[in-house]
Design a protein around this ligand. Structure first.
Ligand code: F6R
Length: 244
């Protein structure tokens, strides 16, 4: 596992975008695993900027997102589908038929999980998976205690995740209680992983994830076992790290 320190969120975003852009340059028809939330917004902005300047071509890229809220239609501003369109897909020349997210409105949750696993499998495998980390150490929506072996599944969000995501909704009641998420088993199959973490609120948990025991109680700790994982975190996020 390689750990890189960025000065602040801006620096982190530029470096994350550089790693993603390098992947696209090296393999124009690559498969990117993408995340939503606050962490990747700055990186997506940079990628869009470089595309606009004529320096980055998404025409052959395929994307598979980590997760989607259950019960929220794509058109809704709170959906992750909407997020991806707003922050990246509508700003670059990606072929929308090659962008995938779980369908939050699928009537049969079990079927939707199987379908999404098949979507990921058919891409031929994720070359680079971008991850953020929740305050409780979750990756995707794999909450503490999740099995390390799972494929896509439907999860009940924890109170701490509901509280953390409250900022994107007008009230806590509106935050969905369930989501579809790629499982840790699928995430760990990606060729490369890039975890980006910013801010001092996550510093204690990042220390546990990077240097503590590998345990389902800290889902991100599994990344210690990935063969090609890069962690990019800013000074604040790394402020509690005590390598042992
Ligand atoms: C989002 C996702 C989540 C977030 C995590 C951090 O697709 O999978 O695991 O990456 O909750 O969220 P932010 O970046 O908003 O702190």
């Amino acid at each position: 596992m390689r750990i890189y320190k960025a000065k602040d969120y801006h620096d982190l975003s530029v470096k994350a975008a550089q790693i993603i852009a390098a992947q696209i340059v090296l393999k124009p028809d690559c498969v990117l695993g993408l995340a939503t939330g606050s962490s990747p917004v700055g990186a997506y902005e940079k990628l869009a900027e470089w595309h606009k300047a004529g320096n980055l071509d998404f025409s052959e890229v395929t994307t598979v997102n980590l997760d989607e809220y259950r019960g929220i239609p794509r058109e809704n501003e709170q959906s992750y589908d909407y997020f991806m369109r707003k922050h990246l897909f509508e700003k670059v020349n990606i072929d929308r038929s090659r962008t995938f997210l779980p369908d939050g409105m699928a009537p049969d949750g079990g079927q939707e999980c199987l379908r999404y696993d098949e979507v990921v499998r058919r891409t031929g495998g994720i070359d680079l998976q971008l991850l953020g980390m929740g305050h409780n150490g979750h990756i995707g929506f794999n909450e503490p205690g999740s099995s390390f072996a799972k494929g896509t599944h439907c999860v009940d969000l924890t109170e701490s995740t509901i509280r953390a995501n409250r900022r994107f909704f007008s009230s806590e009641e509106e935050v969905p209680r369930q989501a579809f998420t790629m499982g840790i088993g699928t995430i760990m199959e990606a060729g490369k992983i890039l975890l980006i973490v910013s801010g001092k609120e996550k510093a204690g948990m990042l220390n546990r994830a990077l240097f503590g025991p590998v345990t389902p109680e800290v889902p991100a700790s599994i990344l210690q076992f990935h063969r090609d994982a890069t962690v990019l975190a800013d000074e604040e996020a790394l402020s509690c790290c005590e390598p042992r």
